[in-house]
Design a binder for this molecule. Structure first.
Ligand code: PEP
Length: 252
């Protein structure tokens, strides 16, 4: 059965001291993460080991990186390889967040390379997709997201796609306080699952967790996560407060 997932994306936030406080609060939070429910905390690179250490005793809570490079190693100043992440036992990496696509010009093709190298090193990609406001207004969001999936994921084998978590994040809802309605989220998640089913078959599509991202908060998570194809959330702003994020985990 596919997992329910509450994933945190801290983005480029927190000083060392703030990160330590937040991790301490998370590690003492009263959250229900049994068997089919997991939480993933994507912290900035400098805090990966600290996060692993602070959350080590927390069952079903994992640490993730927010990005990786397409190459194994070498003269790529400032980049982080999946080989490094693997050597630190980091099990997940966010790939293709809309901020990476927009500010760092990451293309679908480049993201396919990142997905490939992450899987090669046994790190599970949390692959982000989602449309900008003008695409939603033109009612072309379905074909837009479909192309993102096809270009970056459709070359994978059945075994590989089962390792991928998908996060649908409409750009107009990220950090704006403007959440997609649960109906809009469900419609797109169902579409994504159908697209996956056409390529990989129903059984596989039904095993893939599809998260919603875009202004998820403690007070809207229950409604969003109650939709049949919404398997949890990828959470930015609200993940910077352990109490608020705990409400989101417990909404799974
Ligand atoms: C995100 O960072 O992926 C995100 C969805 O941010 P926020 O929850 O702040 O909208």
């Amino acid at each position: 059965m596919r997992k329910k997932i509450a994933a945190a994306n801290w983005k480029m936030n927190c000083t060392m001291q703030q990160a330590e406080d937040l991790l301490n609060n998370l590690s003492s939070a009263n959250v229900n993460l049994s068997n089919d429910k997991i939480s993933i905390i994507a912290v900035p690179f400098p805090y990966l080991l600290l996060a692993k250490q602070k959350l080590a005793s927390k069952q079903n809570m994992f640490v993730a990186a927010q990005n990786c490079y397409t190459k194994r190693s070498g003269a790529f100043t400032g980049e982080i390889s999946v080989e490094m992440l693997q050597s630190m036992n980091i099990p997940f990496v966010i790939i293709g967040h809309s901020e990476r696509r927009e500010y760092f010009n990451e293309t679908n093709t480049m993201l396919a390379d990142k997905v490939n190298i992450a899987l090669e090193y046994n790190i599970q990609p949390i692959f982000c997709c989602g449309e900008a406001l003008e695409i939603r207004e033109a009612a072309t969001q379905n074909s837009f997201v479909e192309k993102q999936l096809k270009d970056s994921l459709f070359h994978l084998s059945n075994e590989q796609i089962l390792k991928v978590v998908i996060a649908y994040e409409p750009i107009w809802a990220i950090g704006t306080g403007k959440t997609a309605t649960s109906q809009q989220a469900q419609e797109m998640h169902q579409h994504i699952r159908n697209v996956l089913a056409e390529k990989f078959g129903n059984d596989i599509a039904n095993e893939i967790s599809i998260l919603y991202g875009g202004s998820v908060k403690g007070n809207n998570a229950v409604e969003l996560f109650s939709q049949p194809d919404v398997d949890g959330g990828l959470v930015g702003g609200a993940s910077l407060n352990a109490e608020e994020f705990s409400l989101i985990i417990n909404a799974l």
